[in-house]
Design a protein around this ligand. Structure first.
Ligand SMILES: [Fe+2]
Length: 232
């Protein structure tokens, strides 16, 4: 399984605060059969330049890889970013550099509010221009705030939808998460883990639920789709 969204990198955002905590998160992810972890710290152009962000990210990565015990196997680590949307973001030249490492996938966090027509058009345009594949982060946070037609248009434009494992593990939202995955309204999972206590990785439990409710084949298909995306 791939974790498409995590805050495992130490000391760069509101996620892991130390290399020890990062290692603890990676051990939990490993236990949950996650073999590839995209570490996607928040990038907000209102507070950071891409250059500064990339430098901080590379320093955090060095700290983490320097602390990995050599005699222990860990998931493959790749960097990325959870990019906060702003109107006009499609003109940001460095945008492709913020894609998940080795892919054209751009993980985008959206405002928790109804989106304007200009915003929806910009997302569609970004998705259709061909140099990136747009993936919206934890869509469960904004799902009810948009009209159904907005989601139809984004799906038609090829936008990928990521949900958090907690959307599947919470009993109140589980049925909905399963329905969205089954209908192809959500495509990818992320732990969005920040720490071991309040926001731990829950991908193990999420996979169990998927397997139990939608079957092993469904989980295998979801995994195959995920690996295809990062390998092509
Ligand atoms: Fe996140």
């Amino acid at each position: 399984m791939i974790d498409f969204h995590s805050h495992v990198l130490p000391g760069i955002d509101d996620g892991s605060r130390s290399t020890e905590e990062s290692l603890a998160l990676l051990r939990i992810l490993r236990e949950q059969s996650v073999d590839t972890v995209f570490m996607t710290p928040h990038f907000d152009a209102m507070h950071d330049t891409p250059e500064l962000f990339l430098r901080k990210r590379s320093e955090a990565l060095d700290r983490l890889t320097g602390a990995l015990p050599a005699d222990e196997g860990f998931p493959r680590l790749r960097v990325g970013a959870e990019v906060m949307y702003f109107y006009g973001i499609e003109r940001m030249e460095a945008l492709p550099e913020l894609c998940l490492e080795g892919t054209r996938l751009l993980l985008m966090e959206m405002p928790v509010a109804p989106w304007s027509e200009l915003t929806v058009k910009e997302l569609i345009h970004l998705s259709c221009r061909g140099d990136m594949i747009l993936m919206l982060a934890h869509i469960e946070r904004y799902f009810d705030l948009q009209k159904p037609i907005v989601w139809e248009r984004l799906l038609d434009a090829g936008v990928l939808m990521q949900i958090n494992a907690s959307f599947l593990t919470r009993p109140q939202t589980r049925r909905r998460a399963l329905r969205m995955l089954r209908r192809g309204e959500a495509h990818l999972l992320g732990s969005d883990c920040h720490n071991c206590k309040n926001r731990p990785p829950l991908l193990g439990e999420a996979q169990e639920i998927l397997c139990r409710k939608l079957g092993e084949d469904f989980l295998a298909q979801l995994n195959a789709f995920s690996y295809d995306l990062i390998n092509n």
